[in-house]
Ligand binder design. Structure first.
Ligand SMILES: [Fe+2]
Ligand SMILES: [Fe+2]
Length: 157
């Protein structure tokens, strides 16, 4: 019992908002991509705040469901725009980058279904504050960074 309590306290501490400070967000060479990433981060931080509040007391389930939907739809548009730009300018590693987008969208859809099935706050919080945070930094710093550098040669902003 004491161990369970310790785990809960540790989990609450590691889920402190924001998920990521916008000032610490990695930047790429295209302003439009940075704007989209910042929008996504705002949604993630809003969801993170709802989840952190839910871990400490009563979870606002309808607000969490609505924010999960908003986040996934934003991510779908975000990935579709990057895919479209890569295709339009014949970016050679397009299959790798778009394939990663597809994989992540499937993961988010699975996560959403798990949330809707059980309304369990902790797994969603763990995903957001640990898995998504790591993925986002890595994706923006690798695939998005290289894509933006390539596209910069074609696009005037
Ligand atoms: Fe991106
Ligand atoms: Fe991307």
């Amino acid at each position: 019992m004491e161990t369970l309590l310790t785990c809960q306290v540790l989990a609450m501490n590691s889920y402190r908002s924001p998920v990521l400070d916008p000032a610490a967000m990695p930047q790429v060479a295209l302003a439009s991509m940075n704007t989209t990433h910042r929008e996504e981060l705002m949604l993630v931080n809003q969801l993170g705040a709802l989840l952190a509040q839910g871990m400490g007391g009563e979870a606002d389930e309808p607000a969490i469901s609505a924010k999960v939907n908003e986040w996934i739809e934003h991510t779908r548009d975000h990935f579709a725009r990057e895919n479209q730009l890569m295709q339009a300018h014949d970016f050679p590693p397009y299959p790798m980058h778009s394939g990663e987008h597809e994989r992540v969208l499937q993961e988010l859809e699975k996560l959403k279904q798990q949330w809707l099935d059980g309304k369990a706050v902790e797994p969603l919080a763990h995903f957001l504050f640990v898995d998504w945070l790591e993925w986002f930094g890595q994706h923006v710093n690798t695939m998005d960074r290289i894509t933006a550098q390539f596209l910069k040669g074609f696009l005037i902003e």
